[in-house]
Design a protein. Structure first.
Length: 445
């Protein structure tokens, strides 16, 4: 069992508002600081990954978000499909989960969403709005900001699975219809939440990644269009901009697109310095990694806006080096860079809370997938090989194909599973049934 301790030293750098009703004032930016009610805020939180957008390694079943949903619908029919997802959404994030976030001393959550869930019904009655609103009520009770993250968009903003992409290519940037749809969607979201201070801001698009330099201009124009759509109805909320290469390269930003904005980068030390995790000089290695793998100097010297590491974390099977994440968060706090761990809950891959590996959900998923495990193909060697390829999409095509082949196995095996067994297994994700606290602990100041 991993023993990872997020210590109380992360708190107290700046005021945390954990029990202060002023917390629910709008979160804003002022120069390079996040502020609320005129006071500086150090963002420390966690993402609700695998809730409103699925990821196979966190869900337990191979496939993209759309593939997983497809196989459940075609196997059990639309009525049972709706029953399953209604229960899944409700069980996966309950009041107890948000209370736990508060008790761990955190002040915000990041809510990743697949754009499709805003179109499941009339916008105001869509699954996305319904579920975000349900969780916002818990956030208000426990003084937690919620940042909406558009995690998956049509055609894929990067070539990976986590944007619901089974092609291995990023086609969103050349798809004008897709871009216009997302711009209009952000306008709707902003208009709906314009007076809601519990919303911390709008994370416009998760982890763009493309390999054609001319796409820089397309991404900047997309961000300008989103900003215009949002600001036409909402002047209050922070707009978060991502960079290329999975939110690490911001060199295409020559100026700020909005005054009340922030830049969000993602960095996972276990990936970026995989060969250096046992270094006796790990703090120095992490500092160099942050400067090398993120265009940090450009962000701090040229753009001069507050920064938010919207994702960082560590997989459970690398438990011997969880201290690296601990050191990394300390560095971010010292630099007054906000952060959000990834994620709050999953099937036992890299989350703060998770169901038993011997529980019904994980046993069923292992049975359906015939032992398929994402971490067996997403290895250090595979990433090194990908970096050496002249055709950068070759690796992503291979990764997408491996996942789809594993999904086909699930598709066949699910036919043998009674619906009630699948439905009942979701109970393993209830907060009270998950392991927690002894694995991750952030002490309140």
């Amino acid at each position: 069992m991993m023993q990872f301790l997020l210590q109380k030293t992360y708190l107290g750098k700046l005021e945390h508002f954990l029990d202060n009703p002023l917390h629910m004032n709008f979160l804003k930016t002022n120069k390079n600081n996040f502020i609320s009610n005129g006071t500086n805020v150090q963002l420390q939180g966690v993402g609700l990954g695998n809730w409103l957008v699925l990821e196979h390694f966190m869900f337990g079943i191979a496939g993209t978000d759309s593939q997983i949903r497809q196989v459940i619908k075609e196997t059990y029919g639309e009525e049972n499909y709706n029953r399953f997802w209604d229960k899944y959404y409700t069980v996966y994030v309950q009041e107890a989960d948000i209370k736990y976030v508060h008790e761990r001393g955190m002040n915000h959550i990041r809510i990743p969403v697949n754009y499709k869930l805003f179109f499941t019904d009339e916008f105001k009655k869509s699954v996305a709005i319904r579920e975000i609103n349900r969780v916002l009520e818990y956030c208000k009770k426990y003084n937690i900001w919620a940042i909406i993250d558009m995690h998956a968009v049509p055609s894929g903003q990067n070539p990976d699975w986590h944007c619901d992409n089974a092609t291995g290519h990023d086609m969103f940037w050349q798809d004008n219809t897709a871009k216009n749809d997302v711009v209009r969607l952000w306008g709707k979201i902003a208009n709906y939440y314009k007076n809601e201070p519990t919303i911390g801001g709008y994370d416009l698009i998760n982890e763009p990644c493309y390999f054609a330099k001319e796409t820089d201009d397309l991404m900047i124009q997309f961000f300008k269009d989103c900003t215009k759509a949002i600001r036409s109805v909402d002047k209050k909320h922070i707009i978060f901009y991502s960079g290329n290469v999975y939110s690490r390269d911001f060199s295409m930003f020559t100026e700020n697109l909005d005054d009340n904005c922030s830049y969000t980068f993602h960095l996972y030390p276990f990936l970026q310095i995989a060969n250096e995790l046992d270094s006796t000089d790990i703090e120095n290695r992490l500092q160099k990694c942050l400067q090398k793998d993120v265009t940090l100097q450009h962000l701090t010297e040229t753009l001069q806006k507050p920064l938010w590491c919207g994702e960082t974390g560590h997989p459970h099977h690398f438990q011997e080096s969880f201290h690296v994440l601990n050191k990394y968060l300390t560095i971010l706090d010292e630099k007054q860079i906000g952060w959000a761990l990834w994620p709050l809950k999953d099937c036992g891959s890299m989350a703060m809370t998770y169901p038993s590996k011997n529980g019904e959900w994980n046993m069923l998923c292992n049975e359906l997938s015939e032992g398929w495990l994402f971490w067996n193909i997403f290895t250090k060697d595979s990433m090194i090989s990908a970096q050496q390829e002249s055709d950068k999409y070759k690796y992503y095509e291979w990764l997408a194909n491996e996942s789809t082949c594993a999904w086909e196995i699930v598709r066949n095996n699910l036919l043998k599973v009674p619906f009630e067994r699948l439905l009942n297994a979701v109970d393993d994700f209830k907060f009270e049934n998950c392991s927690r606290e002894t694995e991750f602990f952030l002490e309140k100041q």
